[in-house]
Design a protein around this ligand. Structure first.
Ligand SMILES: [Zn+2]
Length: 220
């Protein structure tokens, strides 16, 4: 979204919220791109409207980001991704870090979790210290490396550090809203989680995964 479209976006959400009142709770959120240097700009952007949930993303594939940070070495790009992920948590700008292992899609053949384990552990230690949540994003199954973001191995490391997890479908189209949530909740349980989180007016709320599964009315 171009910044000039921000007000239209807010108006669209408010219109949808009114249209679905009493049937569906529609809330205003945003996913913002992070890299070092844009903190002040983002702070001002997020202050333009009362947001219910703010996701922060390191989008390694965006051309501006790539121009600034890609040196031609895939492994150092993977490592820098986790450095920027930790910095995004420490910036205090975000409630949740979106799709927090997206970099594995940069070059799936060069993605080796075990090679990255120590780097990831250090980043997760820093993220855990901030209290910021991380997303389990179900759209990863449609990407070059077809698994949710993050992987089960990273989820287990997040659980060890008691990092809260928020589910997201990154829907892009109405048909994908909530897509894969049942599978995602089972993956979270397998990783050791018993609760999932969500945000209302930027305050984290928790829900037992057992209760969420019991009340699930979607397919799968
Ligand atoms: Zn994203």
């Amino acid at each position: 979204m171009d910044p000039s479209e921000f007000d239209d976006y807010v108006a669209m959400i408010h219109g949808t919220r009114a249209r679905f009142a009493g049937r569906l709770d529609v809330r205003l959120g945003i996913e913002s791109d992070f890299y070092p240097g844009v903190e002040l700009w983002l702070r001002e952007l997020h202050a333009r409207a009362p947001l219910s949930h703010v996701l922060g993303s390191v989008h390694y594939q965006v051309s501006d980001y790539r121009k600034l940070f890609y040196t031609g070495d895939v492994f150092s790009y993977q490592e820098l991704y986790y450095e920027h992920l930790a910095l995004s948590a420490e910036s205090g700008l975000f409630d949740t870090l979106a799709h927090p292992d997206l970099i594995k899609n940069e070059s799936p053949a060069d993605w080796d979790f075990e090679r990255m384990r120590t780097i990831i552990a250090r980043a997760l230690d820093r993220i855990a210290a901030t209290g910021v949540a991380m997303e389990l994003n179900t759209s990863g199954v449609q990407k070059a490396l077809p698994e949710m973001n993050p992987s089960p191995a990273q989820l287990a490391m997040m659980c060890e550090r008691e990092i809260p997890v928020v589910l997201g479908a990154d829907a892009h189209v109405p048909e994908r809203v909530g897509d894969g949530y049942l599978t995602a909740m089972r993956k979270l349980q397998a990783a050791g989680y018993s609760e999932i989180s969500y945000f209302i007016d930027r305050q984290r709320q928790s829900l037992a995964i057992d209760d969420a599964i019991a009340s699930w009315i979607g397919g799968e």
